[in-house]
Ligand binder design. Structure first.
Ligand SMILES: [Zn+2]
Length: 88
């Protein structure tokens, strides 16, 4: 089992939750790097002081919190609660 086996699920889930394609791509790269034993630094989106499962790519990590939240919610599948109250 390779980390690549998780990619279709990660891509599908990331898109459903509204995460930008750049961040999803970055997340996959981070997974590959981790599998090869050299974890890449990442900036976790925090909610109420806790890291969520959303890891921002370097470009999105430079944006304001409001910009990130607005972007995610504009792309988010409406069947899910608004970000970041239910960030995964
Ligand atoms: Zn991004």
């Amino acid at each position: 089992m390779s980390i690549r086996d998780y990619f279709p699920t990660w891509i599908h889930t990331g898109k459903a939750y509204g995460y930008p394609d750049c961040c999803i791509s970055n997340f996959l790269d981070r997974g590959l790097a981790l599998e090869q034993g050299y974890p890449l630094p990442g900036k976790f989106f925090e909610f109420r002081g806790e890291a969520t499962g959303y890891v921002m790519c370097p470009e999105c990590a430079k944006k304001t919190r409001k910009e990130v939240v607005d972007t995610v919610n504009s792309r988010r599948d409406p069947k899910f609660p608004r970000f970041p109250s239910h960030a995964i």
